[in-house]
Design a protein around this ligand. Structure first.
Ligand code: FES
Length: 146
């Protein structure tokens, strides 16, 4: 009877140790072998309905954990841009009165099309693809492996 109790306790203890080791080792193995991302993959997100976007308006959103913005141009077309300033990466804000984006960090300004109007930023805002399906507006961007 005593040996049966001892065997039972040994099994419980052994199972517990095994569970703890699996709890520790599994995340380490997952970290060492991250999922592969091919360079051609794209991510697509629903951003807004056409009714939400009046002329000369902007809607900020996140795409693949990146700050992005959808704008409706004065001519009625849609455009999506990265909201990350190309100088040092601050998030830009939209100034509808002047049709431009402003970065509060160092004063860069970008046109509603993402072109640099004033530095220190030297590159335009990254552009994403926009598609309108019915009354829904989608934005897609390449998935970048870091
Ligand atoms: S980070 Fe935008 S102007 Fe410097």
């Amino acid at each position: 009877m005593a040996s049966t109790r001892r065997q039972f306790l040994n099994r419980i203890l052994g199972g517990g140790i095994t569970a703890i080791m699996a709890y520790i080792i599994y995340p380490v193995l997952k970290f060492l072998d991250p999922p592969s991302i091919s360079s051609g993959e794209r991510s697509k997100a629903f951003v807004a309905t056409t009714e939400e976007m009046s002329l000369n308006s902007a809607k900020f959103f996140r795409l693949l954990d990146r700050a992005a913005v959808l704008v409706r141009l004065p001519n009625g077309n849609y455009k999506s841009l990265s909201a990350k300033c190309t100088d040092l990466g601050c998030t830009v804000s939209f100034r509808p009165a002047g049709d431009y984006f402003h970065c509060n960090c160092h004063g860069s300004e970008f046109s509603i099309n993402g072109r640099v109007l004033r530095g220190p930023a030297a590159r335009p805002l990254e552009e994403y693809d926009v598609s309108v399906v019915g009354d829904k507006i989608y934005v897609s961007a390449p998935v970048k492996s870091v």
